[in-house]
Each structure stands twice: as C-alpha cells, then as structure tokens.
Design a protein around this ligand. Structure first.
Ligand code: HEC
Ligand code: HEC
Length: 158
C-alpha cells in the first residue's frame, strides 16, 4: 500500500482556480475585519463556514448558490469514491479467494500490482480533503482510473 499525504496542492494545481491564479489563502484565509483593521483570517478552516468572505469577494452569487456549487461537486465525487471502494473490496476478496484456493504467490503478483495502483489513486482523492472541489475533473479522471484498475485486478484474480 502507498499512503498519500496532503495532496491538496497537487489536486488544486489541476483546477480552474489555480489556472486563474486563485491561491489557497484566497479561499482559506479570507480578509476579515478586526476593529478598524482588515486582516487575513488565520483559522485556515473550511471556506464553507464563512462562504461570503471566502468566495464572495470574487463571485457575486447568493450564498446558497455558492454552497450548492461546492456540494454538487462533492456529491458527484463522493459517488465515485464509493464506487472505487466497492471495486477495491471486490478485488481484494477475489485475491483472498484465489489465495485460499492455493494459487501460487507469483501468479497473484499482477493482480496485487493492479490493486496497489487502484488503491493509490483512490487515496489521492480521498486524502485530498475537498471531496473533489479543488480539481473536479481531475478527481473524476483519477477515480475512473481507480475503478478500472481495481476491476482489472478482480478479473486477473478470478
Ligand atoms: C477556490 C477556493 C479554494 C482554493 C483556492 C483552495 N481551496 Fe481548499 N477547500 C475549498 C473548499 C470549498 C473546501 C471544502 C470544504 C468543506 O467541505 O467543508 C476545501 C477544503 C480544504 C481542506 C479541508 C478543510 C476542512 O476543514 O475540511 C484543506 C486542508 C484544504 N482545502 C487545503 C487547501 C490548500 C492547501 C489549497 C492550495 C494548494 C487550497 N485548499 C485551495 C476551497 C478552496
Ligand atoms: C480570488 C478570487 C476567487 C475566489 C476567492 C474564489 N473564486 Fe471561484 N473562480 C474564480 C475565477 C477567476 C474563476 C474562473 C472564471 C472563468 O475562467 O470564467 C472561478 C471559477 C469558479 C467556478 C466555476 C468552475 C468551473 O469549473 O466551471 C466555481 C463553481 C467557483 N469558482 C466557485 C467558488 C467557490 C465556491 C469559492 C469559495 C470557496 C470560490 N470560487 C472562490 C475566482 C475566485
């Protein structure tokens, strides 16, 4: 298994915001008023807790519209994450069954390699913490790859 650690930068880098020069701090450290001075918010938390400050400076959309732009992307990404998890479980179970039937270790290497590649792709998007928002199309591309590789592994193991 390979563990992805904090891949937000890599996924954000594939999105329209990065392409348009919008950086992490623009959304995660929006300007706030403190008495008579304007400072950047140092909580570095979810932009959804203060969506007007986080997104409103650039997008004049109503708050509910802005929130639904995020949750729609997240809902679609979550659907693909669950499909990738189901495919990974099927592959792992097929591999365990083949082992149980006494398959030689070397014969299972190809299936194991495919599971490893699938699991890494799933983890890249799962560990990325925005549930697809930082780079929606890239998240879908990577998860489609994860599902494909996991199903290939299942077929090999069978
Ligand atoms: C265009 C706005 C935008 C930009 C730019 C952006 N993010 Fe995000 N980020 C979001 C949104 C929206 C979420 C989802 C928050 C949620 O689901 O509550 C998020 C979630 C996160 C989370 C999880 C936060 C939590 O509390 O759940 C982390 C960590 C994060 N982003 C880091 C980064 C980093 C690092 C960068 C730059 C490389 C970046 N973000 C760039 C909008 C942005
Ligand atoms: C510093 C300015 C800035 C901030 C802050 C910002 N955006 Fe954007 N956003 C942009 C720009 C620029 C684009 C690209 C517009 C274009 O090319 O037509 C964009 C595009 C988008 C799009 C369209 C993406 C697509 O693929 O069609 C959505 C949705 C969006 N932003 C949502 C948000 C949300 C939600 C937040 C707050 C979490 C946010 N933005 C914060 C500047 C910003």
């Amino acid at each position: 298994m390979l563990k992805m650690q904090h891949p937000e930068f890599e996924v954000w880098g594939t999105g329209l915001h990065a392409r348009s020069g919008v950086a992490c701090a623009d959304c995660h450290m929006p300007y706030v008023r403190s008495g008579s001075v304007k400072v950047s918010d140092h909580w570095v938390r979810s932009p959804l807790v203060n969506i007007r400050a986080a997104c409103g400076a650039c997008h004049p959309w109503p708050e509910e519209e802005m929130r639904s732009r995020v949750t729609e992307i997240q809902g679609k990404t979550a659907e693909l994450l669950r499909a990738a998890e189901a495919a990974l479980l099927s592959a792992t179970e097929a591999l365990a069954a083949a082992k149980g039937r006494g398959a030689a270790e070397a014969a299972l290497d190809e299936a194991r390699g495919l599971i490893r590649r699938a699991q890494m792709r799933w983890d890249l998007i799962f560990s990325e913490n925005s549930t697809g928002f930082h780079g929606p199309q890239e998240a879908a591309r990577v998860l489609a790859g994860a599902i494909d590789l996991a199903r290939q592994a299942e077929i090999k193991a069978r």
